[in-house]
Design a protein around this ligand. Structure first.
Ligand code: T4K
Length: 373
């Protein structure tokens, strides 16, 4: 097999036909409205609320700032947030940067999402919120989490960065919990270049988010919050409007890659693939493979090296655990979440994007399978 040229990365953003983006750019040039809630921003906000099935949606310049604004919108004065360490470090940073303390609950072994059976043991009188993460396009056990949160009267903020377009029994993931944060980063299956959104059912909460992303301003010029600047601009909104029109096709093409990977790798001993929970329509955001070093005979890192030799660059999402990040060293105990720790050492996310030729998916599987000893 030849070295891939150009290289194959873990993802490759989908772009709309250039003429479609140009049409919106012309509108922006004509209106001279570049940011601060322009016409395209308003159109995208409405379209995404409808798409995600949420009464209210607010756009942000990126997912991380959306997460921070959501935490600030609750108005907590210190305290703890129960979350998981098997996530992108943004989740944990948002908690810490909001003056709150993350308390790490382990994940369950099939989907790597917060384990509801262990959740209650982490709730104390200091708990202010639960921040579970939908991982790779697989949603959390939202029913069980919702029941526990209701019993304790604690709000749930979902990190839905990976879950755009995912549905559970026909309902969008944004229908669960008090608020859900989505990432529209270039590497996600729906992108606005950089971007994010927060979807919720409370109009008051949504209005608070609007103020927090715009220096705390209320439309009548009162400054009601200590807000920052987290506004999405018109060029980002234009990309979102274009990509939204192609989203269902994007998912179909990803599903074909996913099916090819599953057909090729499903029977290989020593590796396991994540199942999709019953009733869930996933978005095929990532394709994680878990390698058991004993039965596969090689480690996840060995497989990554073998792929790198062919100019193929999978990623170790998520390594290290956020609780093991250098900036948090000594503050948390990663060994207290053994399922998450094992996942962080064993998972490799293979290239997954709509444009990935199925013949390249076959080559990737051949290299992976050939690593087995
Ligand atoms: N919560 C969770 C669970 C998240 O996963 C994330 C973000 C967030 C919160 C925060 O949301 P945002 O604030 O980002 O909206 C990437 C992304 O930057 C990040 O958005 C994402 N999660 C995370 C899982 O992955 P890196 O540092 O791994 O990305 P990078 O630049 O190495 O890109 C990966 C590969 O993609 C590159 O090797 C090449 C390819 N690529 C990348 C970009 C940006 C392209 O082909 N074109 C591009 O424009 O973090």
């Amino acid at each position: 097999m030849q070295k891939k040229n150009p290289p194959i990365y873990v993802t490759r953003p989908s772009l709309p036909p250039l003429e479609e983006y140009e049409r919106y750019v012309r509108e922006i040039f004509d209106s001279r409205f570049l940011t601060n809630g322009g016409a395209l921003h308003r159109r995208l906000e409405d379209a995404l609320a409808e798409k995600l099935g949420a009464p209210y949606l607010r756009l942000f310049t990126n997912g991380h700032l959306a997460l921070e604004c959501c935490l600030q919108a609750f108005g907590f004065d210190g305290g703890e947030v129960v979350t998981t360490p098997f996530t992108f470090v943004s989740t944990t940073h948002a908690i810490v940067r909001s003056g709150l303390t993350p308390v790490f609950c382990d994940v369950e072994p099939d989907y790597y999402t917060l384990d509801p059976d262990q959740l209650e043991a982490h709730i104390t009188p200091r708990t202010r919120a639960i921040l579970p993460v939908h991982v790779y396009g697989n949603p959390c056990n939202v029913e069980a989490i919702g029941r526990i949160a209701a019993r304790h009267g604690i709000p749930v903020l979902y990190d839905a960065a990976h879950a755009f377009g995912v549905t559970i029994s026909g309902r969008g993931v944004a229908a669960f919990g008090d608020v859900s944060m989505f990432s529209f980063h270039a590497t996600k299956c729906f992108n606005t270049i950089e971007g994010g959104g927060a979807a919720c059912a409370s109009e008051d909460f949504a209005e608070r988010l609007s103020r927090l992303r715009n220096f705390g301003y209320h439309p009548d010029e009162e400054i009601l919050e200590v807000g920052g600047n987290a506004k999405m601009n018109e060029f980002q909104a234009a990309m979102g409007l274009c990509n939204l029109a192609h989203f269902e096709h994007e998912i179909e093409r990803r599903a074909a890659v996913d099916a090819r990977y599953r057909a090729n790798l499903g029977g290989v001993p020593g590796l396991s693939l994540r199942p999709v929970p019953a009733g869930v329509r996933t978005n095929h955001a990532y394709f994680p493979v878990t390698f058991d070093p004993e039965s596969f005979g090689r480690t996840r890192d060995d497989v990554a090296k073998a792929l790198n030799a062919y100019n193929i660059f999978p990623r170790k999402y998520f390594y290290p655990l956020t609780s093991a990040a250098a900036c948090y060293r000594g503050r948390f105990s990663p060994e207290d979440t053994p399922v998450a720790l094992a996942a962080s050492e064993r998972v490799l996310t293979l290239p997954m994007y709509a444009d990935l030729p199925l013949s390249d998916a076959d080559d990737i599987c051949e290299i992976v399978a050939s690593c087995r000893q």
